[in-house]
Write a new protein. Structure first.
Length: 274
């Protein structure tokens, strides 16, 4: 596939050299065993993610994107290969990881503040220190004054912002996000994209985002990882040559449109739509 000089396809094992590698994925595969036999989900994957980098992953439905995220999170075991975070092999959920799912998964009987504080309770961390951090995060997310409200009293976008605060409250190095805005309306989703961009800029967290939206992937990421059909592997990795901070109007620029068209070509060529 031809790519203009404004875009750069990065080799699978190249990575970027400006920051130290925080996550290393080598020869990673996953096969699920069912009553009907083995179901391959991921073919060997090799990927480096730098500290403070924002990586978006796009691919056809069922290609193993969410499986990849769960493997990095230590929620399921790999069939072969390895993942290391900060030099340590992932064999169980690391302490330095926060997860945001498609649904906010807030407990209806707990207030917003108590929902955000759940990782602190589970990890038995110092409550006083993290209570102040939780309040600061809620303020940063525009949820001051809603600390004692219950999830059903919030809009969908506000619930998802609370879920992001919960993922950040124990100050993890890495935030994993599995299609976190998929259930939101278009306008709320755009607002959440801006909010997530701001959070990334202010916290400098390393973020791995799974999304079906190519524009969302480009708007937020430093690099976009494109996956193949199941069993998924990495088809290409694209640098996003757009300056930060990014405004929504940037989506109409020639550079943005060119990169979106290039990524979309991976799926249209095989009959897939994003």
């Amino acid at each position: 596939m031809a790519v203009s000089n404004t875009l750069r396809v990065v080799a699978r094992d190249e990575g970027t050299a400006v920051r130290r590698r925080l996550i290393e994925i080598r020869g990673l595969t996953k096969t699920y065993r069912t009553r009907d036999g083995e179901v391959p989900s991921l073919r060997p994957i090799d990927l480096d993610i730098q500290e403070g980098e924002f990586i978006s992953v796009v691919g056809p439905s069922g290609c193993g994107k969410s499986t990849l995220l769960k493997l990095v999170a230590g929620l399921i075991p790999a069939t072969s290969g390895a993942i290391t975070i900060d030099g340590k092999t992932v064999t169980e959920p690391p302490d330095d990881v926060g997860i945001v799912f498609q649904s906010p998964v807030l407990l209806a009987w707990r207030t917003v503040l108590r929902n955000v504080m759940m990782p602190v309770e589970v990890r038995r961390l110092d409550r006083a220190t993290h209570l102040e951090r939780a309040r600061q995060l809620l303020a940063t997310a525009g949820l001051s004054g809603f600390e004692n409200k219950y999830p059903w009293q919030l809009s969908g976008g506000m619930q998802q912002r609370a879920a992001i605060c919960r993922a950040l409250v124990h100050d993890p190095k890495i935030v994993l996000m599995d299609e976190p805005f998929g259930a939101l309306d278009a306008m709320t989703r755009e607002k959440m994209n801006l909010e997530l961009q701001r959070i990334h800029f202010e916290t400098r967290k390393t973020i791995l985002l799974i999304t079906h939206s190519i524009p969302e992937a480009i708007f937020l990421a430093d690099r976009v990882v494109v996956m193949t059909d199941r069993p998924g592997s990495i088809a290409a990795i694209y640098d996003v040559p757009l300056p930060r901070p990014r405004a929504l109007e940037m989506m109409g620029s020639a550079a943005f449109s060119e990169l979106a068209q290039t990524i979309r070509g991976h799926f249209y060529a095989r009959g897939h739509l994003d």
